[in-house]
Design a protein around this ligand. Sequence first.
Ligand code: FEO
Length: 395
Amino acid sequence: MVKSKKYSIPEISEGVFMVGVKDWNRRLFDALIPLPQGTSYNAYLIKGRDKTALIDTVGPGFHGELLDRVKQTASGDIDYLVMNHAEPDHASAIGTVLNSNPRAVLIATAKGSRMAQVYFQVSEKRIEVVKDGDSRDLGGKTLRFIEAPLLHWPETMFTYSDEGGTLFSCDFFGSHTAFGQYDEDVPDLTTQAKKYFGEIMMPFRRMGQRALQKLEDFDIKVIAPSHGPIYRNPRKILTVYSDWTEGRTSEKALLVYATMWKATETMVEALGETLRSEGVETYLYDLSNADIGEIARELVDSPALVLGTPAVLGGMHPLAANVAYITKMLRPPLKYAAIVSSYGWGGGATREAQAALGVLNLEIVGTVETNGPPAAADYEKLAALGKSLAHKIKE
Ligand code: FEO
């Protein structure tokens, strides 16, 4: 007889269990974001004296594993399924969970309720709509709901458990890594969290600031996000989130470029040399092999962007156009930009790059364009541009 698999299910605080899953092999999110360390879809089971709640579910492909984990942990059926967020990486198993737990009701915000009906065909009769400050008593455990719109979708909310001071923050404070269970297990967790912030949360910095203000009223001892490790030492992530949401920048510059015959690369590197000699930290990426998540991470606190592009058929190289487009979407706290470009037999890239970056509400400090590889006079122009940019960054 084959015995069923026994899962390792951590009790993250008294009566609170992590029943989510690790997706070790996923390598791309939203057909855009690289996941070199996979990710996790965290779901949490909370056992009160009288009732049991499940907070969020898991992504497609893991429904059976979630049910097995819940069954192994809960004493009986669950009563509440809390949907903090309707995106399918957390909500795709809602139908499966409700079918397996006939008396369970779904708890969601008003917008979440509509999404649950449309995306997951949940009957309105099985949904309880909650708003900011509402709560549910599980018997010795109280769940409080905190609306957190646009972190990451309009319907998103957090859930806070009074006893144990655990904040279930959904995507906020998340990180895309399957490694580790708790913050202390992952030495580079802040780097991972910063990458995630740049990719997912940076466009919503103002909403993030509002959420952090709301959270000041709560005694948070544990942060249990929906991706990545659980914070048993939440102070550090709260501090860096305050910096990141406010757009605090460092004395650094992000240099990204496409190059075909090395002329643009040589120019970007020369500019980088000047920036470093002026005391500015530089982060340089060749777009032909760069991880777009690392670029998003460095945009979180870079005041300056240098975009290098050769001219291709009268415009930017497509890789440079792509990074300019992504930068516009992510709404980073950039203040300054510089553009360097080379062309063989016709220009056009600088003009297009100026137009692409011009919508970002930043100052384009200067441009340098060469015909072919840079000559001595071009290096002088690059040095002058590097000094001007460094001066602005350090102002
Ligand atoms: Fe992890 Fe917005 O979903």
